[in-house]
Every structure is written in structure tokens, then in C-alpha cells.
Design a protein around this ligand. Structure first.
Ligand code: BG6
Length: 482
């Protein structure tokens, strides 16, 4: 079959903190995740991020790397030094759009400087200019899990409203410098993850001993949502384009069965884990079920009328989300499988990868229909893909047929959704060039169509090799044949 939409944007995605390396070069400061050492996982379906006690005390103990530990995100895939080669490969794969992120700590290392770091700006100017030369469109994320650690140290992270102003200064600099080089903007990656791990937003519970964890996580998220809306407003004013989105970690689930009691339980999960977030960026108002939940949890958001108006008046122009897997609500804890930051109920109808991520292309068709019906905003799938432990063979490639199957089935699901009438305009496969896993901090959880020769301890040359899926994707792009 031929893919139906000819102007659909096909691409690949990466994130600075997992890909660039050179974490302290040319004036950059360290971000929270760059302080997280590698831990060998006993079981693949656990998350290192959840298991490492992400406390300030623990992170600071190993800050200077005195203990001989390995910090994978400090090296990433060494894209900082290899960006031209990487962009050449993306162009060769016939990618239309590259989703990348800008590291806040390269531009304002402490967040509170009066002037940006010229060296950091120079790096991104080079990257973006080269993308344009190679004919790639760019989607840029301003904050992909890499709030500078100094913002935790000096300002208490995103709990502090001053951080909103620091972020706005950063966004203004980026729009001024690169407004004409970037096609689509995402202020935050998976903004809802602040609810599960406020620490990756540089908000550490130990700095707020008298604040409940619920108050901490919802306030951290609220401040980011205000910043998100303000960036949309600023972008519209400065760039005069309708190209502002926000990225949500989508967690599609199904009820365990058709018992109405279980359906209600599922509906509540779905509201809180999914609709709440999409509503906030698309409609700008807290849904009533969240207000009720705040009462129950004794959460009192510090906010005011001005913030609420900013939220209400600055919805996104398009919705984007990550989609890897689906889960079941109502399963016992024993019957849970991995997810990157949250475990989900097992579905007997689905197969999973080694990390327990359940493969569900039909769920993507369902999700696209669901979001389109509810919001009537153009949709973009900004992350999707399959992590696999891979080794180069003697021919210096990887026979990743499972990835080809995964892509093909998900592309068919997108095609079906378009046939259903959904307005979805693009797709960027996650970790198109292998990079360090966000949650498990491993290099060996590989997503790419391009292999990077590093192991979990960064032994290796760092050289790039094309996997079988690289050639499959390229051919698909040339023919649109599935
Ligand atoms: C998304 C993140 O949650 O999933 C990425 O935006 C991440 O940063 C990706 O890498 C895959 O998750 P993981 O944990 O397997 O790297």
C-alpha cells in the first residue's frame, strides 16, 4: 500500500542531554541528569531513574566524579563534535524534519546571567544552519529534561516562580537568534513528567521539607505550564507564526474488562494521566476533576488571576506527544510492565520488548482519533520507536527486522488514522541515531536506524553505522510504499 499523505513530515528526534556530550565544554553547566551515574540493572524492566535515589545529597556526592563512576549523559553520542556527520546521515536517510533540543545550560549556564553564552549560541547556529543547508526542517525543544543543576542549587528549581522569568529570558534569546532557522517550537518535552519526577525539573523534595510531595509536584508542573503558555505568547508576538506546540508523554490505556466499575477506574486514570495535560495546553484551564483532586490531596496552587489568564489565552497551535506503548488500568502490581517513567498494566494481547514496553500500533490509531476528536488541533507524533539491545555484526551493520516491523505497523496505523479523517502532519522517530536512554541511562537500549559504537561505559569509537532499518526507511521515503 502507498502512504496516503504526500506532504506528511517524516523525521527523527534526539535530545541534547542524551546526545550531545561535552557536558561542560565552552561554558556549559551540568544538568541534573548529567549527574546521574550509570547503574547496571539487575532486571531490564526497571527504570534506573526510578531506582537511583535522585536526591541532591546523592547527586552532589558524585558531582566531581571522584568515585570513579561513569556518567553516560556527559558523553552521550558525542554529537557536539560530530554534528555535521550526523546531519549528513539524516539527510541521506531522506528525513524531512529533525527534532532536536537546545540545552539551556549552554546558553545561560546558571539561568540568572544577564548575557547569554556566545559559545553556546555559536554551536546551535552552526547546527541549525547546517540543517537548513541540507534541506531539513527543524522542530526545536527548549527544555528536554535538562534544567541546569545550578538552578536547583541556587533557586530551588521550578518550584520557584523566578525560574519562569529565567526561562523566558532564555526563550527570548533563542527566538531572537534562531527564529528564522527553526520551523516548529516546543517549550517543554513531556511536561507532565514533572508530576512523576519533579527532580528532573530540578525541584528536590529535600529543599522543601515542609511541603507535601503532591504540593511540590503540582506546583512545579503549574509553574512550567505558565512558562509554556508565556513562551507561546512570546513566540506568537516575536515570530508571527502559528508554530508553537508542547510535548506530552501520552499514556494510552485500556480498562481491564467491561465491568462498569473497572471502566470508571480507567476513566479516572485516563483523565488524570492524559486529558488533564492536553487540556492544559490546548484549553488553558484546570478541569473540574483536577480541582476536586487538589481538594482531596490538600494541594493549594500558588497562582493568581494574571497567570490563569495567560494559561487561558495562549493555547498551542498544534499538539504533539510521545507514543511508545499502551497499558491496562486495573491490573495488580504483580502484573505490571515497564514504561520509561511509569509502569503500566500488562495486556495479554500485546508483545513487548526486553524492557517490557508493549507494542501497540492499533493504539496509535486510537490515540490519534481520540485526540483529534477532542481538540481539533493538528497533531504531530514527536516520539515513537523501539529500544533494543543490539551489537554490530561482521558486516558492520545490525539486522533490525523487529524495528522495521515496528515502524511499518505504526506507519500503517498513522495512515489508517488519516483515512479516518484525523489531521496528523508529522512523525519523528525517537533516537534516530543511537543515544543514551533517558530512564535506564544505558547506551545498549538502542532506538536508532543509525548505530553508534559506544557501550554502556562509553568504550568504543563512537563511529556511526547504518542499520538495515536505515535502508528500509530511506526506500519508504522514496516510494511511500508500505
Ligand atoms: C521519552 C523521552 O520519554 O522517551 C526521551 O522524551 C526518552 O528523552 C524516550 O529517551 C525513550 O525513553 P528511554 O527511557 O527508553 O530512553
Amino acid at each position: 500500500m502507498k502512504f496516503i499523505k504526500k506532504d506528511f513530515l517524516w523525521g527523527g528526534a534526539t535530545a541534547a542531554v542524551q546526545f550531545e556530550g561535552e557536558y561542560d565544554k565552552d561554558g556549559k553547566s551540568c544538568s541534573v541528569l548529567e549527574m546521574m551515574p550509570y547503574m547496571k540493572l539487575e532486571k531490564r524492566d526497571v527504570m534506573a531513574l526510578g531506582h537511583s535515589t535522585l536526591s541532591k545529597k546523592n547527586l552532589e556526592r558524585s558531582f566531581e566524579n571522584k568515585e570513579g563512576l561513569h556518567y553516560p549523559k556527559r558523553i552521550g553520542s558525542n554529537h557536539y563534535n560530530r554534528y555535521k556527520e550526523d546531519i549528513d546521515l539524516l539527510a541521506e536517510a531522506k528525513i524531512d524534519i529533525y527534532r532536536m533540543s537546545i540545552a539551556w545550560g549552554r546558553i545561560y549556564p546558571n539561568g540568572d546571567e544577564a548575557k547569554p553564552n556566545e559559545k553556546g549560541l555559536e554551536f546551535y547556529r552552526n547546527v541549525l544552519t547546517y540543517c537548513k543547508q541540507k534541506g531539513l526542517k527543524v522542530m526545536a525543544t527548549l527544555s528536554h529534561y535538562d534544567t541546569p543543576y545550578t538552578i536547583a542549587q541556587k533557586h530551588g528549581g521550578w518550584m520557584n516562580k523566578e525560574v519562569i522569568d529565567m526561562f523566558m529570558k532564555y526563550a527570548k534569546t533563542i527566538f531572537t537568534e534562531f527564529g528564522d532557522l527553526v520551523d516548529y517550537w516546543l517549550p517543554f518535552n513531556e511536561i507532565n513528567m514533572a508530576l512523576i519526577f519533579p527532580m528532573i525539573s530540578a525541584t528536590f523534595p529535600e529543599d522543601y521539607p515542609n511541603v507535601s510531595f503532591d504540593q511540590l509536584r503540582f506546583q512545579t508542573l503549574h509553574n512550567q505550564l505558565v512558562a509554556q503558555a508565556k513562551v507561546v505568547q512570546l513566540g506568537h508576538e516575536m515570530l508571527k507564526k502559528k508554530n508553537m506546540g508542547c510535548m506530552i508523554a501520552n499514556m494510552t490505556t485500556y480498562p481491564i474488562d467491561c465491568n462498569p466499575v473497572n471502566v470508571i477506574e480507567w476513566q479516572k486514570f485516563d483523565q488524570q494521566a492524559r486529558y488533564f495535560l492536553f487540556d492544559m495546553v490546548a484549553k488553558g484551564e484546570y478541569p473540574t476533576y483536577m480541582i476536586k483532586m487538589f481538594e482531596k490531596l490538600k494541594v493549594k496552587l500558588h497562582t493568581n488571576e494574571e497567570e490563569m489568564n495567560i494559561l487561558k489565552n495562549n493555547p498551542v497551535d498544534f499538539l504533539t506527544f510521545s507514543y511508545y506503548m499502551t497499558g491496562v488500568v486495573g491490573e495488580t502490581t504483580a502484573n505490571k510492565v515497564g514504561g520509561n517513567l511509569l509502569s503500566m498494566g500488562k495486556n495479554p494481547f500485546l508483545k513487548a520488548n526486553e524492557w517490557g514496553w508493549q507494542i501497540d500500533p492499533q493504539g496509535l490509531r486510537y490515540t490519534l482519533n481520540d485526540l483529534w476528536d477532542r481538540y481539533h488541533l493538528p497533531l504531530f507524533i514527536s516520539e515513537n520507536g523501539i529500544g533494543w539491545d543490539e551489537k554490530l555484526n561482521d558486516q558492520k551493520t545490525v539486522e533490525d527486522d523487529y524495528r522495521i516491523d515496528y515502524m511499518k505497523e505504526h506507519f500503517i496505523a498513522i495512515n489508517d488514522a488519516i483515512e479516518d479523517g484525523v489531521d496528523v502532519f508529522g512523525y519523528t522517530m525517537w533516537g534516530v541515531i543511537d543515544l543514551v536512554s533517558n530512564s535506564s541511562n544505558e547506551m545498549s537500549k538502542r532506538y536508532g536506524i543509525i548505530y553508534v559504537d559506544y557501550d554502556d561505559y562509553h568504550n568504543g569509537t563512537g563511529d556511526r553505522f547504518k542499520k538495515k532499518s536505515f535502508y528500509w526507511f530511506k526506500k519508504f521515503k522514496e516510494t511511500l510504499e508500505l
